[in-house]
Ligand binder design. Structure first.
Ligand code: NAI
Ligand code: MG
Length: 334
């Protein structure tokens, strides 16, 4: 049966890296139909709405979405479209793997870390962010619920079990944020008891950052709340050659949305030099999610081989190749 996929090309470098990614998916002989929809600045210009209802309807109907980065205009009263999408479809788990690819600027060998970030609450609420009239006091609300914490911790342990991973680390700041981070930690400790076969430890977030830089190989699966997960996953991307290398999945019980961890990179948009790897790897996660494990691994292997070729590396990896050069090289190695 034809699988319909909602495609949002996105802003900035989005269309460039999405075109590269679709070119690769088209090589895979999968029965996909692309349903192109707008969101972000592009949608604001065309339809007067950052997140048109038509786009939401398509995601809901197709259940699978591949999405380029979206620019949220700052200081114009818009709340983040990414956060809105995640909350609208209750995409509770943000799954962000990083692995070392030989040939990139990675400082370490053999990194294989999976960050599982709570994606719907924590410090990322659009409501409850206030500032007084003379702009001297700003406040925001952090909400952690037992239900969302249980969902994300269970997801982390289940994925660890399925993937044969050995260890789960719950990252928190319960020593200071006693109620919010404290509740998350309490839930993680309780649920770890249900998975005695998987090693479990807890680590305070600031120490985690230091440990990730000093000795990343001690980490396997990291599970944490929204803000810490956002920061830690960018740090992890830095361990394997930068944001151009890091894919992510937003998983809900009904809908799943796949994207790169990075943003729209306005500084290089339109120059055709963006590294499409993160979005291509996100597409690999998507087809794996749809059951095409061998095909996903074929894409990953072709990327692995291409990254060994210095002449094909994009600027962020120290090379001077164009997006299309890299993409064609991946296709030739599929
Ligand atoms: P960014 O990730 O767009 O860029 C940070 C730096 O990394 C820039 O120097 C950029 O050129 C470089 N970079 C990122 N991806 C790259 C790639 N594929 N190839 C080569 N170089 C790459 O982060 P920034 O500048 O903080 O955000 C820009 C915009 O993106 C903002 O409007 C932000 O809201 C949005 N954003 C959207 C996200 C999403 O849609 N999921 C995630 C993060 C940011
Ligand atoms: Mg981020």
């Amino acid at each position: 049966m034809t699988q319909k996929i909602t495609i949002i090309k996105g802003d900035g470098i989005g269309p460039e890296i999405m075109d590269a990614t679709i070119k690769i998916l088209d090589q895979m002989d999968l029965d996909f139909e692309y349903d192109f929809k707008d969101a972000g600045l592009e949608a604001l210009e065309k339809h007067g709405d950052l997140l048109p209802q038509d786009t939401l309807d398509a995601i809901k109907a197709n259940k699978i979405c591949l999405k380029g980065p979206l620019t949220t205009p700052v200081g114009k009263g818009f709340s983040s479209i990414n956060v809105a999408l995640r909350r609208h479809f209750n995409l509770f788990a943000n799954v962000r793997p990083v692995v070392t690819f030989e040939g990139t600027k990675s400082m370490y060998e053999n990194i294989d870390i999976l960050t599982i970030r709570e994606n719907t609450e924590g410090a990322y609420l659009s409501e409850g962010q206030t500032i007084n009239a003379d702009r001297t006091i700003a406040e925001s609300k952090i909400v952690v619920t037992r239900e969302a914490s249980e969902n994300i911790v269970r997801y982390a342990f289940e994925i660890a079990k399925k993937a044969g991973r050995k260890k789960v680390t719950a990252v928190h700041k319960a020593n200071i944020m006693k109620t919010t981070s404290g509740l998350f930690l309490e839930v993680a400790q309780e649920m770890a008891k249900e998975y005695p076969e998987i090693e479990f430890n807890t680590l305070i977030v600031d120490n985690t950052c230091m440990q990730l830089v000093m000795n990343p190989s001690q980490f396997d699966v990291i599970v944490t709340t929204n803000l810490f997960g956002d920061i830690i996953s960018d740090l992890c991307a830095g361990l394997v050659g930068g944001l151009g290398m890091a894919p992510g999945a937003n998983i809900g019980s009904d809908v799943a949305m796949f994207e790169a961890v990075h943003g729209s990179a306005p500084d290089i948009a339109g120059m055709k030099i963006a590294n499409p790897t993160a979005l291509i790897l996100a597409a690999a996660m998507m087809i794996e999610h749809l059951g095409y494990v061998a095909e996903a691994n074929r894409i990953r292997l072709a990327i692995r081989k291409t990254l060994l070729d210095k002449d094909r590396l994009t600027g962020d990896l120290g090379g001077s190749a164009y997006t299309a050069d890299f993409t064609d090289a991946v296709i030739s190695r599929l």
